[in-house]
Design a protein around this ligand. Structure first.
Ligand SMILES: Cc1ncc(COP(=O)(O)O)c(C=O)c1O
Length: 425
């Protein structure tokens, strides 16, 4: 097959008629497929059903003798801090365990900084017209936190090494109102990129005009390998400490896509100073988190090795779905020169880039054919993809046959949108 760009206008017209006929066939099937959100499939959630019987009626004491049923334990059970310490590569003492959502911890961390400032800073961020750097494409809910609280966002292009340091360095060196950057450093949402050592070190070392610059290091996919080998990620906490920027990183993680997305455990790890600051504020927010949920997670997983073993079961469920996406994209689009996509080795997403100006048309066409995709632009601040190019594909939730069918429709819509555009130009 030739690249679509090389086709004559009559060949393009023929191809268009053929694609419209195929599209009509799909429409006639009244499909209802939802590929919008990166949720675990029910069969993945089933893997952790043992959690519900992991505690007996008399099993409610933690290692330090505390009664998990009662108030207290502001920053989590010692054994849960130990597990998150291993998972996030931090000493257990520098971990704060929270409720079920890391997004909530990130949100609250931002709000606390807005209202009270952070250690080493010049007071509340709110009065300093704060800005955040947003690697794009990225996680829509990070950007929504900024948007909701009036924080200006600056797009930073992603390369296959991580966010572009060449763009970041001059910005943070010059502008003291740039207070933070959102990072999903391993199997990034949605590109699947794992930051290289060069990028991790660069972020740790870079001089910033803001004395209170923070890296929001959302390690949501730290143990989410699709294959037997992992993509190694340097330790941001160590890198920042060695660069004399110990308070720069705030590391987040959760078991949402390990145990239950709606009933897991989330945590933050950082420097002793940042942890003490978080604890100080937390004391006003809660008398303590749900420690019974923590205890049953401890009993069920035991340690990081237990979590990694469990994650192999997850990858057995979802790897075929990712491989189906890659195979169908390659077969249907590989030779046409109108799209590029990622083939992640972990995480929850595939990132599809269409020709510029085509992504929203693809999403609309797919929608009309009964396949719901994440809206075009969702992976950019304010929902605006300046090139209208990126589409996030979330293959985990639907059964394999539905993923395959949905990708047939998506690739057809990519071709149709590309032909329409080429015909116009
Ligand atoms: C990068 C990233 N961070 C955080 C979350 C949400 O995590 P939690 O369930 O712990 O709030 C998601 C969910 O999709 C995600 O992709």
């Amino acid at each position: 097959m030739t690249e679509l760009r090389q086709l004559s206008s009559s060949d393009l017209a023929n191809l268009h008629s053929q694609l419209i006929a195929e599209y009509g066939n799909f429409k006639a099937r009244n499909l209802k497929l939802d590929m919008t959100r990166g949720k675990p499939a029910a069969s993945q959630l089933d893997l952790a059903n043992g959690l519900s019987v992991a505690l007996t009626a008399s099993d409610y004491k933690s290692d330090d003798g505390a009664d998990a049923r009662n108030y207290g334990g502001l920053d989590g059970l010692p054994e849960m801090k130990q597990i998150f310490g291993e998972m996030l590569s931090a000493p257990a003492a520098n971990v704060v365990v929270g409720g079920n959502s890391s997004l909530q911890i990130m949100h609250d961390t931002v709000v606390r900084a807005l209202l009270h400032g952070v250690p080493g800073g010049n007071g509340p961020w709110l009065s300093q017209k704060p800005k955040f750097l947003c690697p794009v494409p990225g996680y829509d809910r990070h950007f929504a936190v900024c948007q909701h609280h009036g924080i200006e966002m600056i797009n930073i292009p992603m390369s296959d090494e991580g966010p572009e340091l060449d763009v970041i360095l001059p910005l943070v060196a010059a502008d003291a109102s740039i207070k933070g950057i959102w990072c999903v450093p391993k199997y990034s949402n949605p590109t699947g990129v794992t930051y290289t050592d060069r990028v991790v070190e660069g972020l740790a070392k870079m001089p910033t005009a803001a004395p209170d610059f923070r890296i929001f290091w959302d390690n949501a996919y730290v143990v989410h390998d699709l294959y037997d080998t992992t993509s190694p990620l340097a330790n941001i906490l160590d890198a920042c400490r060695l660069a004399d920027n110990e308070n720069r990183p705030l590391v987040f993680g959760s078991t949402s896509k390990i145990s239950f997305a709606g009933a897991g455990i989330a945590a933050m790890a950082s420097s002793p100073v940042n942890v003490a600051d978080a604890r100080k504020h937390l004391a006003f927010q809660t008398i303590g988190p749900d420690k019974l949920n923590q205890l049953r997670h401890v009993r069920f997983f035991k340690n990081l090795a237990g979590i990694k073993l469990h994650m192999q079961k997850h990858s057995a469920v979802i790897r075929p779905k990712f491989e189906a996406v890659a195979a169908i994209f390659e077969k249907e689009l590989g030779a046409l020169g109108v799209a590029r996509w990622t083939q992640p080795r972990g995480g929850y997403f595939v990132s599809l880039d269409t020709d510029a100006g085509c992504a929203s048309r693809v999403v609309n066409l797919a929608d009309e054919a009964g396949v719901k995709l994440t809206s075009a632009g969702a992976t950019f601040p304010l929902g605006k993809d300046p090139d209208d190019r990126n589409i996030r594909i979330a293959p985990t939730l639907p059964p394999l046959e539905q993923v395959e069918l949905a990708m047939q429709v998506v690739t057809l819509c990519v071709k149709l949108a590309a032909v329409e555009r080429l015909t116009k130009s």
